[in-house]
Design a protein around this ligand. Structure first.
Ligand code: BTN
Length: 314
Protein backbone atom coordinates (compact mmCIF):
# COMPACT_ATOMS: atom_id res chain seq x y z
CA UNK A 1 0.00 0.00 0.00
CA UNK A 2 2.78 2.46 0.96
CA UNK A 3 4.59 1.69 -2.28
CA UNK A 4 1.45 2.50 -4.27
CA UNK A 5 0.80 5.74 -2.37
CA UNK A 6 4.41 6.85 -2.91
CA UNK A 7 4.15 5.91 -6.56
CA UNK A 8 1.08 8.06 -7.08
CA UNK A 9 2.50 11.00 -5.13
CA UNK A 10 5.87 10.94 -6.87
CA UNK A 11 4.27 10.82 -10.32
CA UNK A 12 2.14 13.90 -9.69
CA UNK A 13 3.22 17.53 -9.91
CA UNK A 14 0.01 18.53 -8.13
CA UNK A 15 -1.30 17.53 -4.69
CA UNK A 16 -3.20 14.22 -4.82
CA UNK A 17 -6.46 14.20 -2.91
CA UNK A 18 -7.21 11.60 -0.24
CA UNK A 19 -10.32 10.70 -2.21
CA UNK A 20 -8.32 9.96 -5.38
CA UNK A 21 -5.88 7.82 -3.44
CA UNK A 22 -8.61 5.91 -1.66
CA UNK A 23 -10.50 5.23 -4.92
CA UNK A 24 -7.37 4.17 -6.81
CA UNK A 25 -6.20 1.89 -4.02
CA UNK A 26 -9.66 0.70 -3.03
CA UNK A 27 -9.28 1.50 0.67
CA UNK A 28 -10.92 4.02 3.00
CA UNK A 29 -9.64 7.56 3.34
CA UNK A 30 -8.82 6.81 6.98
CA UNK A 31 -6.57 3.95 5.83
CA UNK A 32 -4.86 6.29 3.36
CA UNK A 33 -4.36 8.87 6.09
CA UNK A 34 -2.85 6.24 8.45
CA UNK A 35 -0.32 5.17 5.82
CA UNK A 36 0.55 8.79 5.06
CA UNK A 37 1.12 9.44 8.76
CA UNK A 38 3.40 6.38 9.06
CA UNK A 39 5.35 7.53 6.01
CA UNK A 40 5.75 11.00 7.53
CA UNK A 41 6.97 9.40 10.77
CA UNK A 42 9.50 7.41 8.73
CA UNK A 43 11.01 10.60 7.32
CA UNK A 44 8.99 11.24 4.14
CA UNK A 45 8.24 14.93 3.72
CA UNK A 46 4.58 14.72 2.70
CA UNK A 47 2.63 17.93 3.12
CA UNK A 48 -1.14 17.88 3.49
CA UNK A 49 -3.28 20.77 2.22
CA UNK A 50 -6.99 21.16 1.38
CA UNK A 51 -6.08 20.06 -2.17
CA UNK A 52 -4.47 16.83 -1.01
CA UNK A 53 -1.08 15.32 -0.30
CA UNK A 54 2.20 16.27 -1.91
CA UNK A 55 5.55 14.47 -1.62
CA UNK A 56 8.52 16.83 -1.28
CA UNK A 57 11.30 14.44 -0.34
CA UNK A 58 11.97 10.86 0.63
CA UNK A 59 14.57 9.61 3.13
CA UNK A 60 17.41 7.44 1.87
CA UNK A 61 16.38 4.49 3.98
CA UNK A 62 15.98 1.04 2.41
CA UNK A 63 12.39 0.51 3.59
CA UNK A 64 10.71 -2.53 2.00
CA UNK A 65 8.06 -0.48 0.21
CA UNK A 66 10.79 1.24 -1.83
CA UNK A 67 11.64 -2.10 -3.47
CA UNK A 68 8.53 -2.83 -5.52
CA UNK A 69 8.05 -6.56 -6.11
CA UNK A 70 11.24 -7.41 -4.17
CA UNK A 71 9.67 -6.01 -0.97
CA UNK A 72 8.21 -9.31 0.18
CA UNK A 73 11.71 -10.80 0.50
CA UNK A 74 13.24 -7.76 2.22
CA UNK A 75 13.57 -7.56 6.01
CA UNK A 76 14.47 -4.08 7.20
CA UNK A 77 15.67 -3.31 10.75
CA UNK A 78 16.73 0.04 12.23
CA UNK A 79 19.37 -1.82 14.28
CA UNK A 80 20.63 -5.40 14.61
CA UNK A 81 23.72 -7.04 16.08
CA UNK A 82 24.65 -8.17 12.58
CA UNK A 83 22.55 -8.81 9.48
CA UNK A 84 24.48 -12.11 9.34
CA UNK A 85 22.73 -13.21 12.57
CA UNK A 86 19.24 -12.37 11.31
CA UNK A 87 19.93 -13.96 7.93
CA UNK A 88 21.18 -17.12 9.64
CA UNK A 89 17.93 -17.41 11.64
CA UNK A 90 15.87 -16.89 8.48
CA UNK A 91 17.94 -19.32 6.40
CA UNK A 92 17.71 -22.00 9.10
CA UNK A 93 13.98 -21.58 9.32
CA UNK A 94 13.59 -22.11 5.56
CA UNK A 95 13.19 -18.61 4.08
CA UNK A 96 13.11 -18.42 0.27
CA UNK A 97 16.28 -17.93 -1.75
CA UNK A 98 17.18 -14.27 -2.38
CA UNK A 99 15.81 -13.09 0.93
CA UNK A 100 17.61 -9.93 2.06
CA UNK A 101 18.17 -8.58 5.58
CA UNK A 102 19.15 -4.91 5.65
CA UNK A 103 19.86 -2.73 8.67
CA UNK A 104 20.49 0.94 9.30
CA UNK A 105 23.08 0.12 11.97
CA UNK A 106 24.84 -2.97 13.32
CA UNK A 107 26.06 -3.10 16.92
CA UNK A 108 28.31 -6.10 16.17
CA UNK A 109 29.05 -5.83 12.48
CA UNK A 110 31.78 -8.25 11.48
CA UNK A 111 34.27 -8.64 8.70
CA UNK A 112 36.41 -11.49 7.45
CA UNK A 113 38.81 -13.25 9.85
CA UNK A 114 36.70 -12.13 12.86
CA UNK A 115 37.42 -8.45 12.37
CA UNK A 116 34.94 -5.75 13.36
CA UNK A 117 33.04 -3.99 10.58
CA UNK A 118 32.19 -0.47 11.67
CA UNK A 119 28.51 -0.03 10.97
CA UNK A 120 27.41 3.47 11.83
CA UNK A 121 24.26 5.00 10.33
CA UNK A 122 24.46 5.96 6.66
CA UNK A 123 26.23 2.85 5.38
CA UNK A 124 24.52 0.06 3.49
CA UNK A 125 24.64 -3.19 5.48
CA UNK A 126 22.85 -6.24 4.19
CA UNK A 127 22.95 -10.03 3.91
CA UNK A 128 21.49 -12.03 1.06
CA UNK A 129 20.40 -15.64 1.56
CA UNK A 130 21.22 -17.88 -1.43
CA UNK A 131 20.25 -21.48 -2.06
CA UNK A 132 22.42 -22.25 -5.08
CA UNK A 133 22.47 -25.56 -6.84
CA UNK A 134 26.28 -25.86 -6.85
CA UNK A 135 28.88 -28.02 -5.13
CA UNK A 136 30.45 -26.56 -1.95
CA UNK A 137 33.90 -26.09 -3.52
CA UNK A 138 32.39 -23.72 -6.08
CA UNK A 139 30.87 -21.44 -3.42
CA UNK A 140 33.77 -18.90 -3.54
CA UNK A 141 32.58 -18.09 -7.06
CA UNK A 142 29.46 -16.59 -5.49
CA UNK A 143 31.61 -14.08 -3.61
CA UNK A 144 33.53 -13.16 -6.74
CA UNK A 145 30.25 -12.76 -8.62
CA UNK A 146 28.86 -10.56 -5.84
CA UNK A 147 31.95 -8.33 -6.04
CA UNK A 148 31.73 -8.09 -9.85
CA UNK A 149 27.99 -7.30 -9.80
CA UNK A 150 28.25 -4.80 -6.95
CA UNK A 151 31.07 -2.92 -8.65
CA UNK A 152 29.12 -2.85 -11.93
CA UNK A 153 26.00 -1.58 -10.13
CA UNK A 154 27.99 1.22 -8.44
CA UNK A 155 29.76 2.12 -11.67
CA UNK A 156 26.48 2.29 -13.60
CA UNK A 157 24.80 4.44 -10.96
CA UNK A 158 27.62 6.82 -10.02
CA UNK A 159 30.43 6.36 -12.55
CA UNK A 160 32.83 5.16 -9.84
CA UNK A 161 35.36 2.60 -11.09
CA UNK A 162 36.22 0.14 -8.33
CA UNK A 163 39.19 -2.20 -8.43
CA UNK A 164 38.56 -5.66 -7.02
CA UNK A 165 41.03 -6.97 -4.47
CA UNK A 166 41.04 -10.72 -4.00
CA UNK A 167 38.86 -12.26 -2.88
CA UNK A 168 36.09 -9.67 -2.97
CA UNK A 169 36.89 -6.19 -1.68
CA UNK A 170 35.93 -3.14 -3.72
CA UNK A 171 38.65 -0.49 -3.61
CA UNK A 172 39.02 3.00 -5.02
CA UNK A 173 42.61 4.26 -5.01
CA UNK A 174 43.49 1.48 -2.52
CA UNK A 175 40.76 2.66 -0.12
CA UNK A 176 37.97 0.28 0.75
CA UNK A 177 34.52 1.11 -0.58
CA UNK A 178 32.85 -2.22 0.18
CA UNK A 179 33.58 -5.59 1.75
CA UNK A 180 31.95 -8.99 1.45
CA UNK A 181 31.69 -11.80 3.98
CA UNK A 182 30.01 -15.13 3.41
CA UNK A 183 29.00 -18.15 5.44
CA UNK A 184 27.91 -21.47 4.04
CA UNK A 185 25.90 -24.38 5.36
CA UNK A 186 26.57 -27.52 3.36
CA UNK A 187 26.64 -31.29 3.43
CA UNK A 188 29.45 -33.14 1.68
CA UNK A 189 28.32 -32.49 -1.87
CA UNK A 190 25.34 -30.18 -1.48
CA UNK A 191 25.03 -26.55 -0.46
CA UNK A 192 22.06 -25.88 1.79
CA UNK A 193 22.50 -22.10 1.82
CA UNK A 194 25.14 -19.42 1.46
CA UNK A 195 24.64 -16.07 3.19
CA UNK A 196 26.51 -13.24 1.56
CA UNK A 197 26.96 -10.17 3.77
CA UNK A 198 27.88 -6.90 2.13
CA UNK A 199 28.88 -3.60 3.68
CA UNK A 200 29.10 -0.54 1.42
CA UNK A 201 30.38 2.81 2.63
CA UNK A 202 27.72 5.19 1.35
CA UNK A 203 27.04 8.21 3.59
CA UNK A 204 28.82 6.93 6.73
CA UNK A 205 31.93 8.66 7.98
CA UNK A 206 34.99 6.62 6.96
CA UNK A 207 37.69 9.13 7.89
CA UNK A 208 38.85 7.21 10.96
CA UNK A 209 38.38 3.69 9.57
CA UNK A 210 41.43 1.46 9.23
CA UNK A 211 42.60 0.12 6.83
CA UNK A 212 41.81 3.30 4.86
CA UNK A 213 38.28 3.49 3.52
CA UNK A 214 36.19 5.86 1.45
CA UNK A 215 32.46 6.37 0.94
CA UNK A 216 30.41 6.89 -2.22
CA UNK A 217 29.20 10.26 -0.87
CA UNK A 218 32.78 11.48 -0.51
CA UNK A 219 33.66 10.36 -4.03
CA UNK A 220 30.69 11.82 -5.83
CA UNK A 221 28.82 15.08 -5.78
CA UNK A 222 25.68 13.23 -6.90
CA UNK A 223 22.68 12.37 -4.75
CA UNK A 224 23.44 8.87 -3.54
CA UNK A 225 20.71 6.38 -2.73
CA UNK A 226 21.28 3.21 -0.73
CA UNK A 227 17.96 1.90 -2.01
CA UNK A 228 19.11 2.34 -5.62
CA UNK A 229 22.43 0.58 -4.90
CA UNK A 230 20.81 -2.38 -3.16
CA UNK A 231 18.10 -2.71 -5.82
CA UNK A 232 20.56 -2.49 -8.74
CA UNK A 233 22.90 -5.05 -7.19
CA UNK A 234 20.15 -7.41 -6.05
CA UNK A 235 18.42 -7.50 -9.47
CA UNK A 236 21.70 -8.05 -11.29
CA UNK A 237 22.99 -10.73 -8.97
CA UNK A 238 19.68 -12.60 -8.79
CA UNK A 239 19.42 -12.56 -12.59
CA UNK A 240 22.95 -13.93 -12.92
CA UNK A 241 22.30 -16.80 -10.50
CA UNK A 242 18.88 -17.63 -11.94
CA UNK A 243 20.45 -17.83 -15.40
CA UNK A 244 23.23 -20.08 -14.04
CA UNK A 245 25.88 -17.65 -15.20
CA UNK A 246 28.58 -18.43 -12.65
CA UNK A 247 30.96 -19.94 -15.17
CA UNK A 248 32.09 -16.74 -16.77
CA UNK A 249 32.65 -14.95 -13.47
CA UNK A 250 36.38 -15.67 -13.26
CA UNK A 251 36.94 -13.86 -16.56
CA UNK A 252 34.78 -10.94 -15.48
CA UNK A 253 36.66 -10.74 -12.18
CA UNK A 254 40.02 -10.81 -14.00
CA UNK A 255 38.91 -7.73 -15.98
CA UNK A 256 38.19 -5.78 -12.81
CA UNK A 257 40.91 -6.95 -10.44
CA UNK A 258 43.85 -4.94 -9.17
CA UNK A 259 45.39 -7.95 -7.37
CA UNK A 260 46.74 -10.03 -10.25
CA UNK A 261 50.32 -9.13 -11.09
CA UNK A 262 50.87 -7.61 -7.64
CA UNK A 263 53.18 -8.76 -4.85
CA UNK A 264 50.81 -9.70 -2.01
CA UNK A 265 50.70 -11.04 1.52
CA UNK A 266 47.78 -13.31 2.23
CA UNK A 267 46.80 -13.87 5.82
CA UNK A 268 44.92 -17.11 6.33
CA UNK A 269 43.52 -18.48 9.59
CA UNK A 270 46.79 -20.36 10.22
CA UNK A 271 49.62 -18.46 8.53
CA UNK A 272 50.74 -15.75 6.14
CA UNK A 273 51.91 -16.44 2.60
CA UNK A 274 53.77 -13.97 0.41
CA UNK A 275 54.16 -14.04 -3.34
CA UNK A 276 53.15 -12.61 -6.67
CA UNK A 277 49.46 -13.08 -7.44
CA UNK A 278 49.48 -14.76 -10.84
CA UNK A 279 45.98 -16.07 -11.45
CA UNK A 280 42.82 -17.64 -10.09
CA UNK A 281 41.93 -21.30 -10.16
CA UNK A 282 38.56 -22.37 -11.56
CA UNK A 283 37.19 -22.41 -8.01
CA UNK A 284 38.28 -18.81 -7.33
CA UNK A 285 41.34 -19.76 -5.23
CA UNK A 286 44.33 -17.42 -5.64
CA UNK A 287 47.54 -18.76 -7.20
CA UNK A 288 50.72 -17.20 -5.82
CA UNK A 289 54.27 -17.52 -7.11
CA UNK A 290 56.65 -17.28 -4.16
CA UNK A 291 60.19 -15.85 -4.11
CA UNK A 292 61.73 -19.27 -4.72
CA UNK A 293 59.55 -19.87 -7.79
CA UNK A 294 57.06 -22.23 -6.13
CA UNK A 295 53.35 -22.00 -6.88
CA UNK A 296 50.96 -21.96 -3.93
CA UNK A 297 47.20 -21.83 -3.91
CA UNK A 298 45.20 -19.98 -1.27
CA UNK A 299 41.53 -20.78 -0.88
CA UNK A 300 40.54 -18.33 1.86
CA UNK A 301 42.22 -15.38 3.50
CA UNK A 302 42.75 -11.66 3.56
CA UNK A 303 45.03 -10.17 0.99
CA UNK A 304 47.34 -7.17 1.42
CA UNK A 305 48.83 -5.54 -1.63
CA UNK A 306 52.55 -4.88 -1.15
CA UNK A 307 53.21 -2.30 -3.85
CA UNK A 308 53.59 -3.35 -7.46
CA UNK A 309 54.66 -6.74 -8.76
CA UNK A 310 58.36 -7.45 -8.42
CA UNK A 311 60.20 -6.98 -11.66
CA UNK A 312 57.60 -4.52 -13.00
CA UNK A 313 58.04 -0.78 -13.19
CA UNK A 314 54.41 0.32 -13.12
C1 BTN B 1 35.24 -7.66 5.06
O1 BTN B 1 35.66 -6.88 4.20
O2 BTN B 1 35.98 -8.08 5.96
C2 BTN B 1 33.80 -8.09 5.00
C3 BTN B 1 32.88 -7.05 5.55
C4 BTN B 1 31.41 -7.47 5.50
C5 BTN B 1 30.52 -6.49 6.22
C6 BTN B 1 29.08 -6.82 6.04
S1 BTN B 1 28.00 -5.54 6.59
C7 BTN B 1 26.63 -6.59 6.40
C8 BTN B 1 27.04 -7.94 6.90
N1 BTN B 1 26.88 -8.01 8.34
C9 BTN B 1 28.05 -8.12 8.97
O3 BTN B 1 28.17 -8.20 10.21
N2 BTN B 1 29.04 -8.18 8.09
C10 BTN B 1 28.56 -8.08 6.73
Amino acid sequence: MKAEILDMLSQSEEPVSGERLSTALDVSRVAVWKHIRQLQESGYDIQASPKGYRLYSAPDTPFPWAFGPLAERLHYYPEVTSTMDKAMELAQSGCPAFTVVVAERQSKGRGRLSRTWQSSAGGLYFTLVLRPDISPEKSPLLNLAAAVDLSTAIENLYGIHCGLKWPNDLLVDERKLAGILSVMSAESDRVEFVNIGIGVNVHNDTRKVQPPAVSISRLTKLRVSRTDILKAFWERFERRLCQQQLDRVIDEWRQKTITLGRWVKVQTIHDTIEGRAVDLEETGALILETDDGQRKTVVYGDCFHQGHARGQNN
